[in-house]
Design a binder for this molecule. Structure first.
Ligand code: HXC
Length: 291
């Protein structure tokens, strides 16, 4: 899809807005969450990145140290296994001594009709996205309580319109949204904020490759372009910073309006036809009069 809009090439945030803060980013070795980790470091935070494969994490950490001059710790752990996450958080605390920003970004996805999903396939995505988010947050809680920290959960708009081929991810991300609300409510009195970012179609990511395997030509976005990782970085910096100190329990949708108009996937003439059909059902007398 065309990209007429100018995206800022440098950050619009001051370099030191997260100075003294420390972040723990699951899924931070690649894709959107790597961008989130990099943006946090670029603005003063020290960062731990976590995913399953240490070699990929170490390569990502090396690259981001070079690009930001920031401090990165790479720790391998599978969010599905709370014991592994406990070890990872312990390593983080031994290294940095504090935790201010938790990004729950580890996720897995693929396209499949519900009837074609194996039981294990459904469970795998629920375990990574939803149970992984719970595991990590529960284990980080005492440290977030000590720092009056901030939780940023990576969610999705997919559940809002029951996206086809996405029953597993819809169920998981709706659960993530719900957890985030509960944490905002339960832990707001302790000074902890909990919010979600729901990215739309973001160019050059694994998620995009998996969810639009036929290419992006058919992707329609009101704002007129695909998202960039940078768009999610900006949302992350806002939610992690003092600018959002009175913001909790929110889902910040960063999708150029993509989720607002799923029926456009079928093309505009078809949408007009669909509207006419609906009118005929809702107001049959008026529709007859027009014929
Ligand atoms: C149907 C599939 C499948 C597919 C895997 N499975 N891929 N079923 N269609 N394309 C099934 C397998 O057959 C298996 O079931 C079960 O899922 C688990 O698969 P494994 O490969 O054994 O598990 P694992 O190695 O843990 O991999 C988990 C995964 C994988 C989710 C399947 O894709 C993964 O790790 N992905 C991480 C990277 C990723 O997907 N990132 C994109 C995130 S995008 P059986 O019954 O055979 O044992 C994202 C976007 C959200 O989340 C929305 C934004 C708009």
């Amino acid at each position: 899809m065309s990209n007429n809009v100018v995206i800022p090439t440098s950050s619009i945030f001051k370099d030191d807005i997260l100075k003294g803060k420390v972040a723990f980013v699951t899924g931070g070795g690649s894709g959107i969450c790597k961008g989130m980790a990099e943006a946090l470091a670029r603005h003063g935070a020290k960062v731990t990145i976590v995913s399953r494969t240490l070699s990929k994490l170490e390569a990502a950490a090396k690259e981001m140290r070079a690009s930001t001059g920031g401090e990165f710790l790479a720790v391998a752990a599978d969010v599905r296994d709370h014991k592994q996450i406990q070890v990872a958080v312990d390593k983080h605390m031994a290294h940095y001594g504090r935790l201010d920003i938790l990004v729950n970004g580890a996720a897995g996805n693929f396209l499949s009709l519900s009837q074609h999903l194996s039981f294990n396939a459904f469970r795998s995505v629920i375990e990574i996205d939803l149970i992984g988010t719970f595991n990590t947050t529960k284990i980080c809680f005492p440290h977030l309580k000590a720092s009056k920290g901030s939780i940023i959960n990576v969610s999705a708009t997919l559940p809002y319109n029951g996206q086809v081929f996405q029953s597993h991810a819809c169920a998981a991300k709706a659960g993530v949204d719900a957890l985030s609300l509960v944490w905002a409510n339960e832990w707001g009195p302790l000074g902890i904020r909990s919010n979600c970012i729901a990215p739309g179609p973001i160019a050059n990511t694994v998620g995009m490759a998996k969810l639009a395997p036929e290419g992006t030509d058919s992707v329609r976005v009101p704002i007129g372009r695909l998202g960039e990782v940078r768009d999610i970085e900006h949302a992350t910096l806002y939610l992690a910073s003092e600018a959002a100190s009175y913001v909790t329990g929110q889902v910040l949708i960063v999708d150029g309006g993509n989720w607002l108009q799923p029926s456009l996937e079928f093309g505009y003439p078809q949408v007009c036809e669909q509207e006419l059909n609906m009118r005929e059902i809702m107001e049959p007398e008026k529709a007859k009069a027009k014929l």
